[in-house]
Design a protein around this ligand. Structure first.
Ligand code: FES
Length: 151
């Protein structure tokens, strides 16, 4: 009773292949995401939390800023493969850049750096960019600026 026979297995729908095609770079960033985790309270100069209301995915992102440069960056994604891969690439693009430069990173830059992403998943690249913008705003709001000036 309750066991699955090979006949029952044979009646399961068969899929012919991946529903969406992700290139090797995207798969690499999804399987081995860079800069995953979170910064400690003392390291954190800016923090962003954003969500995509259309799918419910969320992104948390931390930055540490020294001399106007993003010295450390970390993220945690509660999202799909596209969100994880694009956020991973975004953190690679942002790390080491000046805050002013990092502000100009767009979702298109991230998708281009990954060598493309399925059309239906392009919106996923917005999550990381929005989280970075939120973390930079948080830093600008005074938290990091006070630290940098030694206040
Ligand atoms: Fe929600 Fe990808 S489906 S971020």
């Amino acid at each position: 009773m309750g066991s699955v026979t090979s006949k029952e297995n044979a009646e399961q729908p068969e899929y012919s292949g991946p529903v969406l095609f992700y290139n090797d770079t995207v798969v690499d960033h999804f399987v081995n995401p860079r800069n995953v985790g979170e910064l400690t309270e003392s390291e954190t100069d800016g923090y962003g939390l954003v969500g995509d209301p259309s799918c419910g995915d969320q992104m948390k992102l931390w930055i540490s800023v020294r001399s106007g440069r993003i010295e450390k960056i970390a993220f945690k994604s509660y999202g799909c493969p596209g969100a994880i891969a694009t956020s991973s690439m975004l953190t690679d693009l942002a790390r080491g850049r000046s805050v002013e430069d990092a502000k100009r990173i767009t979702d298109d830059d991230v998708v281009e750096a990954l060598g493309g992403i399925p059309e239906r998943k392009k919106h996923c690249s917005l999550l990381g960019v929005m989280a970075l913008q939120a973390a930079i705003k948080d830093w600008e709001a005074g938290r990091g600026l006070k630290k940098e000036s030694g206040a």
